[in-house]
Design a protein around this ligand. Structure first.
Ligand code: FMN
Ligand code: ZN
Length: 346
């Protein structure tokens, strides 16, 4: 038996730290941030560095080579997720990943690089000194920050739905953002056609036949029309520089029974935006004063500009263009799943 004091001041005893943690005989400080029965991720019981994570496994083996190929892939995915989360919750912008085969039980250290580590230079060989420095400088404030970091990492893991899934659709959905700065590069007509076909294939209210199909699309490349569509609003001016704008319209005659053409066209809109994203084409949706009585003139002006007949409602504009990597996309703050999911009743 080995004895030690963990970073929270608790006495701990263990035979093999890796086995004891994996089998829950020893609960790491702040609990596990991830544990699927085979792979676990937690803070290290005795290393007091904020965001320092250890990826452990249940098998008592020494080397990565002793894992099956499937296990190795799973380890890599959890490792990758941990690194992604450490960056996402802003613990550090860079990490050091270490796996020392001299340890008896396979584990991987994921060390966030903090500003205070600069004094040790960036070499791996200073890790012992770095850990010692962290121990010497671990006070109440550092302890609270460390526990908060664990909490934040844990929350992100709980909100990560696709660690093991290789799913292009999910990746596209989860990584999409609105883009408002475009390269002048044209969008190939064949690609545009596929994107609009995705819009065409969305669900619509009613029977699955032409008579109920609601959405229609106007492809706008004409500069004068684009400029007029931008109107006088600051948050629309960027559409002038989009190589293509799609006006998504609803044919109200095709939805006399349900009157839910806005909903139907919205599904086409999202299909268009997501399929564009899958081609690396950025998009941004702009609404068109559907419900805003104060903008009647703008609405009328736009309808005239696009030559819309009575039965055709303009639902939204979508600007499309290859992404300009110079664009600074504002950070997005989302509610967690916990905050928005209700079970059975609100
Ligand atoms: C109904 C609707 C209207 C929007 N109108 C505008 C707009 O006029 N100008 C603009 O720049 N973005 C507009 N957007 C884009 C939103 O600002 C953007 O989707 C939102 O901030 C979420 O960011 P994300 O798309 O990057 O996830 C609109 C989005 C929706 C859904
Ligand atoms: Zn072990």
């Amino acid at each position: 038996m080995y004895k030690d004091i963990d970073i929270l001041g608790k006495e701990i005893e263990f035979e093999c730290l890796g086995c004891d943690i994996a089998n829950h005989r020893l609960i790491p400080p702040g609990d596990f941030v991830y544990d699927d029965g085979f792979i676990n991720v937690s803070a290290d019981p005795v290393i007091p560095i904020k965001g320092f994570m250890v990826l452990g496994i249940k098998k008592h083996i020494k080397s990565m080579n002793e894992l099956s190929s499937d296990e190795r892939n799973r380890v890599l995915k959890v490792l990758n997720k941990t690194v992604e989360i450490i960056k996402k919750v802003k613990i550090s912008e860079e990490v050091l990943v270490l796996q020392e085969e001299r340890s008896k039980h396979f584990h991987i250290w994921i060390v966030p690089i903090h500003a205070w580590m600069e004094r040790f230079k960036k070499s791996v060989f200073n890790i012992k000194e770095i850990v010692q420095y962290a121990k010497d400088n671990f006070g109440e404030k550092e302890k609270q920050e460390l526990l908060l970091a664990i909490e934040n990492i844990k929350k992100e893991f709980e909100n990560s739905t696709n660690i093991f899934e290789e799913n292009m659709v999910v990746d596209v959905i989860l990584n999409r953002r609105s883009h408002r700065k475009y390269l002048s590069k044209e969008i190939d007509d064949n690609i545009l056609k596929i994107i609009l076909d995705c819009g065409r294939n969305a669900s619509f209210g009613g029977k699955p036949n032409k008579k109920c199909q609601v959405s229609e699309f106007i492809i706008i490349k004409n500069n004068e029309i684009k400029e007029n569509l931008a109107l006088k609003y600051e948050d629309r001016q960027f559409i002038k520089d989009a190589p293509v704008i799609i006006a998504v319209c609803a044919n109200k005659d095709n939805d006399p029974k349900y009157k839910e053409y806005v909903l139907s066209s919205s599904l086409s809109i999202q299909n268009i935006i997501l399929s564009a994203e899958s081609f690396g084409i950025g998009a941004c949706i702009l609404s068109c004063f559907l419900y805003n009585e104060n903008h009647k003139e703008d609405k009328e002006f736009t309808r005239k500009l696009l030559n819309l007949p009575e039965n055709i409602e303009l639902i939204a504009l979508i600007s499309l263009g290859y992404k300009d990597n110079e664009e600074k996309i504002p950070e997005k703050e989302l509610k967690t799943l916990e905050e928005i999911i209700h079970i059975d009743r609100y």
